[in-house]
Structures are given as C-alpha cells and as structure tokens.
Design a binder for this molecule. Structure first.
Ligand SMILES: *[C@@H]1O[C@H](CO)[C@@H](O)[C@H](O)[C@H]1NC(C)=O
Ligand SMILES: *[C@@H]1O[C@H](CO)[C@@H](O)[C@H](O)[C@H]1NC(C)=O
Length: 306
C-alpha cells in the first residue's frame, strides 16, 4: 500500500511540475497585444492606441513608442516622456497605451510600441499599429456653365482635395438628388447624364430644356460632408441666327481672302512682266500677243513665280 501511495504522490508532483513548466515560458517573457492594429480616427478628436502587456515579470519595463512616417521612424515616447510630433498632445496610459488628445491629419502614420523587460527570458516585444486620421471634406469648387444650347453636350465639375479618405460626390438638381445612373430611376429615365462619384463630373450627352435649373454638388466621406452653393444653368434653343451669322462671317472671310489673293497676284504679275520687259527681253516686249493680254499676263505670272 505504501508503494502505491508513493507512486500517487510522484504522479501528482509530475503533473504539477508539468503544468507549471508549461506556464514558465509565458510568465518569463514579455508579450504585447493590441485591440486594433488598424485604427481610424476623426481629425480633432481624441484617440487611444492600445499596447496591452499580456505577460511580463519585470517590474519596470522600458516602454517606447515610435512613429513611422514614409519609412522614417521618430520617437514619440522616449525616456518616460512624450516627445517629437506628439509633445504636449498626448499622454501614456496604463499599461503602455498612448492617448492623443486632438488628432491632426499629420498624425496619419504607423506607430510602434516597444517594450523591453530586462528580467524576462524573452526580454523584448513590439507591436505595430497603423493610424489613419479621417479629414472632413472642405467646400468643393463647382463649375456649372451659365448657359448651354439644347442638344449639345456639357460637363459640370465638382472637386475638393482636403477630404480623407477621398470624397465621393453627389449632384443635386433643383434640390433633388440625381441618381448616379438615371436609367435606374423611373423619374429620371429620360435624362441623358452620367455622374462619376469619384471625380465629381456630371456629364450630359445631349442637354434638354428640362435640364435647366439650379445645380449644386456635395462632397462626402466618413468624416463629414460639404457642398457648394447652387448655380443656375440655362438651356437655350438652337441659335439659328447665330449659326447663320457665324457661317456668313466664315463665307465673307473666305471671299475676302480670295479677293485679296487675286489682287496681290495681279499686282505681282504686272510688276514681273514690267521688270521682265525692262531687263530680260526688251526686244521681245512688243511681240506679246495683244489679243488676250490679260490671260497672257496671268500665264507669265505663274511661270515667273515657279
Ligand atoms: C484641436 O486642434 C484644433 C487645431 O489645432 C483646434 O482648432 C481645436 O479647438 C482643438 N480641439 C480640441 C478639442 O482641443
Ligand atoms: C420620357 O419620354 C417618353 C417619350 O418621349 C415619354 O412618354 C415619358 O412620359 C417620359 N417620361 C418622363 C418621366 O418624363
């Protein structure tokens, strides 16, 4: 019986030893964890980057935070002080979190929490968190033509460059939102426009009378939205008189040009013939056929010029 009891004790001791051995590596090493590896914050709002210490046995571990922007690291928590870009704008919170009071767009970067625990077997761990600060769109610049002719194509544009992530754009006609694709809506089925929500362009293939009215555009992202003041677009009928005058003007210009060329050529011709007679063939001058003198001059002119 005694031998049996001893075996039992040994077994229990073995189990205890085994279980504790199983725990030894973690209790002797520093292990970090975070609640979010990718963090989104709104500009001008506070945000906390978590650096949780899962296990550690060193009493006073060395905690450091680095900011890594475009591959360049800089200290933001070093020697127990907030420094660099976050100076006076953040604080360290238990266990190793960093709280930014008022984020700015320049805070968008990667942040690395590094904890060194000298007395631990595994004496170092680090964790990388990426912070993206959302920025509200500003009032977009909108371009709306004052007047367009029925049946022509036209483009309305809307753009702002501050918003992060990049804004999406929506257009409104007489305070009613235009669906991105008019074919999807009964009410707008006869409209011939296309909206590109990424670029802010509103393109009409063929403007109709009904397209006249007040237009404005809204830029929107997860942080907020902004819109430009409405602008009026007039749609006028085909300008027949204008087209007539324009083509008349064109015709007049061509006629004038031809006339000028004709005059110049004539002048040129007289000069050439006159010079030719004087210096080259004075004896032959009277021999020019008088019957069609004008035509003769023209023929002379062309050969002289060539
Ligand atoms: C945050 O910073 C901005 C600009 O630096 C400032 O206008 C705003 O008042 C600040 N907000 C808070 C809550 O401190
Ligand atoms: C669209 O055009 C068709 C044909 O011109 C017309 O019958 C219909 O009423 C129009 N629909 C709307 C919503 O204006």
């Amino acid at each position: 019986m005694k031998g049996c009891k001893m075996a039992m004790v040994r077994l229990v001791a073995l189990i205890v030893l085994y279980t504790s051995l199983g725990h030894i590596p973690s209790s002797l090493g520093v292990i970090l964890r975070t609640t979010d590896k990718i963090v989104w914050a709104n500009e001008f709002e506070p945000i906390e980057l978590t650096c949780l210490i899962e296990s550690i046995s060193t009493n006073n571990p060395r905690i450091e935070w680095k900011k890594i922007k475009n591959g360049v690291p800089s200290y933001v928590y070093f020697q127990n002080k907030i420094s660099g870009d976050l100076e006076n704008r953040a604080q360290l919170r238990e266990p190793a979190n960093i709280l930014i009071f008022n984020t700015s767009r320049a805070d968008t970067a990667e942040y690395r929490c590094e904890v060194a625990a000298i007395e631990d077997q595994r004496d170092f761990d680090e964790i990388l968190i990426s912070l993206a600060v959302r920025v509200k769109p500003v009032v977009p610049r909108c371009s709306v033509p004052e007047s367009v002719t029925v049946g022509t194509s036209t483009e309305l544009r809307c753009l702002e460059n501050e918003g992060f992530p990049a804004s999406q754009y929506r257009w409104f006609h007489n305070n009613e939102e235009l669906p991105q694709d008019p074919k999807t809506s009964q009410r707008f089925v006869n409209f011939s426009y296309i909206i590109n929500p990424d670029t802010g362009s509103l393109k009409f293939r063929r403007v109709r009378k009904e397209d006249a009215g007040k237009y404005y555009c809204q830029a929107k992202n997860d942080a907020g939205n902004a819109q430009c003041p409405p602008k009026t677009m007039d749609v006028c009928d085909v300008d027949v008189l204008g087209i007539f005058l324009q083509s008349c003007g064109g015709l007049m210009a061509v006629v004038t040009l031809i006339f000028v060329i004709y005059l110049m050529k004539r002048l040129c011709c007289y000069k050439s013939v006159y010079n030719g007679n004087n210096y080259n063939t004075p004896a032959q001058a009277p021999a020019v056929d008088y019957a069609d003198a004008d035509e003769g001059h023209f023929r002379h002119k062309s050969s002289f010029i060539i």
